[in-house]
Write a protein that binds this ligand. Structure first.
Ligand SMILES: [Zn+2]
Length: 80
């Protein structure tokens, strides 16, 4: 499952099976792969700065940071 797809926003962010958050086919590129939710939030803010709609990605990430922390791990497979 992904945080956002192009159908409802300008970004495609998902949690891959290796435990990375990925901004796929990134329009401000290169594609971002990170294990830090905070880094992805900052990346999403960079998208918004150029006028992209990031949907609920930032909100979802901030909720996860609050609940389970910044680090993405492979064990958390809900978004894979
Ligand atoms: Zn991006």
């Amino acid at each position: 499952m992904s945080y956002a797809r192009f159908s409802n926003s300008d970004v495609y962010v998902y949690h891959d099976s290796r435990g990375h958050l990925t901004c796929c086919m990134c329009e401000i590129g290169p594609d971002l792969e990170t294990k830090s939710r905070t880094e992805m939030v900052e990346h999403m803010r960079a998208h918004e700065k150029v006028g992209h709609d990031t949907g609920d990605v930032i909100l979802g990430l901030l909720e996860e940071i609050e609940a389970i922390g910044d680090a993405v791990t492979e064990e958390i497979g809900a978004w894979a």
